[in-house]
Design a protein around this ligand. Structure first.
Ligand code: MG
Length: 316
């Protein structure tokens, strides 16, 4: 050890921009919803609200706060009303919530939601196994939800699950993804998030999917990507998508939340890992990496397991 050893908390990547990349990326933070719903530990309401506040302080401006699904399905988020009313509304901060059906929309509106998300599937198997309907039935279920939310002036994000691989069907054809995505936009969704739910996608596959989606007339400015790091491909996939012009990515602070359909416990791309790469590329996100990592360490303590994020671990 020499006296020149610097504190690891001051470590940040050297900034070297790459030609053809966007100047700015929006991070759609999913930790409080997609993260916590898949964790075994049920976090107290006050801790969830504090989590969202700390994410805002770290510079995140779009945070999916909770889900208005039936508490019988996801008991971890049975306090959706309390959490949303505790944190919102916040000026300049988008706090979308997941809504599964019309009942969920009513509850979300009663709690003051100003933006919602619905979730469809690119495969019949996932729709049947996770939503208990066929794909057409899923779209039919969301049609009145989207219509009513839009009539109330709310933006609506449409998630598409299983866009790359499916645990029951294997490989997923890009044109099937484009078809569901088109259906969600036609229904009135204002933006999309295409998810690699089991994490099997690779960069060439990402570019093929984005080509197909764009070819179907879907604007990439309204299309986010949601990668899982199950097979270690999430950042490579983000990099490929950046070269294709995608400027919004979903990630979870500290990488919390596994995927119940994948074999590994590794789930969401960690926001810190994403921010590290974007920062190195000179791409602005507005996120304070050290403040965010400190928040993830604090949340790891509440969840009783270390953060799976490489950057959170390295900065500790
Ligand atoms: Mg996820």
């Amino acid at each position: 050890m020499t006296s020149e050893t610097t504190s690891s908390t001051d470590a940040l990547p050297r900034i070297v921009p790459q030609r053809g990349m966007p100047e700015q990326v929006r991070i759609y933070e999913v930790g409080p919803r997609d993260g916590l719903q898949a964790e075994a530990v049920r976090v107290p309401t006050a801790v969830k609200a504090e989590f969202v506040r700390r994410l805002v302080e770290a510079g995140l401006t779009t945070i999916e706060v909770t889900s208005f699904v039936s508490p019988r399905w996801i008991p971890q988020l049975d306090d959706a009303h309390e959490v949303l009313t505790a944190v919102g509304p916040l000026d300049g901060i988008r706090l979308p919530v997941l809504v599964p059906n019309e009942r969920g929309l009513e509850r979300a509106l009663a709690a003051g939601a100003r933006e919602i998300a619905v979730f469809a599937s690119a495969t019949e198997s996932f729709a049947k196994n996770n939503l208990a309907r066929d794909m057409a039935g899923v779209l039919a279920m969301f049609e009145p939800v989207v219509r009513r939310a839009r009539a109330a002036g709310l933006p609506v994000r449409g998630y598409v699950s299983m866009c790359f691989g499916d645990p029951w069907e294997g490989d997923v054809e890009p044109r099937k993804v484009a078809s569901v995505a088109r259906g969600l936009l036609d229904m009135g969704c204002t933006s999309l998030s295409l998810g690699d739910t089991i994490g099997t996608g690779t960069p060439g596959h990402v570019l093929e999917l984005l080509d197909t989606v764009r070819g179907a007339g879907i604007p990439l400015e309204r299309t986010a990507l949601h990668f899982h790091d199950t097979y270690g491909q999430a950042l490579a996939n983000v990099h490929a998508a950046l070269t294709a012009g995608v400027t919004e990515f979903d990630s979870s602070a500290g990488g919390i939340g596994g995927c119940p359909y994948a074999r590994s416990a590794t789930g969401n791309l960690a926001t810190e890992d994403l921010v590290w790469m974007l920062r190195g590329l000179g791409i602005h996100t507005g996120v304070d990496l050290n403040a965010l990592a400190a928040t993830s360490r604090w949340m790891a303590h509440h969840l009783g397991r270390p953060s799976p994020s490489r950057v959170v671990t390295a900065l500790a």
